[in-house]
Design a protein around this ligand. Sequence first.
Ligand SMILES: C[S@@+](CC[C@H](N)C(=O)[O-])C[C@H]1O[C@@H](n2cnc3c(N)ncnc32)[C@H](O)[C@@H]1O
Length: 262
Amino acid sequence: MPNPQSPPSGHPYRFTTIAHGDMSILGPLLPAELDGLVATAVAALPIGGAKPPFALDIGCGKGDLLVRFALRGVRGIGVDRNPWFIADAERLAAAAGVAGNLEWRTADAAVEPLVIGADIAACIGATGALGGPVTAPGVVAHLLRPGGIGLIGEAFWREPPPAGTAEAFGMGPDEMVDLDATVARVAAGGLVPLAVVRASLAGWDAYEDAYAGAVERWADGHPDDPDREAFTEGAAMMRATWTAWRRASMGFAVIVVRRAAG
Ligand SMILES: C[S@@+](CC[C@H](N)C(=O)[O-])C[C@H]1O[C@@H](n2cnc3c(N)ncnc32)[C@H](O)[C@@H]1O
């Protein structure tokens, strides 16, 4: 079946696919921050083993993280439910010359049986795929072999949002907590936190601008599209809430963890 550039009108993944159209990292982390995470995870792996390390990335998006791992000799499987993102992941891996070390699966991680015994398991900005931020750390622990390294990326409150704003944005009351509580949730899942890498405000600003900007440029080029008005409103809402309160309140961090050995 041909894979068009973006989903057809009415498809639930259409807005997110267009909004992330210009990026390969689908979140506020900068390329250098991802490189740092990859280096930290590889360095933290127990030394030895005949085979190259194996990484699993849940909600892998366009596969940027796994491609960086593969460039350091790590094999991997990326799972994402969005086939348009997976198609981009395949292109990214081929362009980087590491397609042979990576496998991509278009699947819902909430229902698809996942490979266990990974040396590295990542779930960055996608804990909803593993039941949400409270249950995801336990699932990551289950996917890792003893001593394996996890990378759990989660948004957190840098400061409490103004009353009613998070709810109006569509968020549940405890969906996000502060950074200490976010790290505590990860530890409660049976993982030992090794490091916390916070996304910079510059990275967040760039992400929000690229996200809304991609939708605005798409709208300019599609004057008669039936989704144009709704998507333009969506992009405007994202810009307005970012400026009004999300920029002051929201943070994002990747918690590097180890599953206790034995
Ligand atoms: C914010 S993006 C992050 C993508 C990637 N980890 C990154 O940092 O570039 C969240 C990703 O999770 C994927 N996702 C959400 N729920 C999922 C599920 N139940 N199963 C598989 N993928 C899912 C989305 O399609 C999206 O690509």
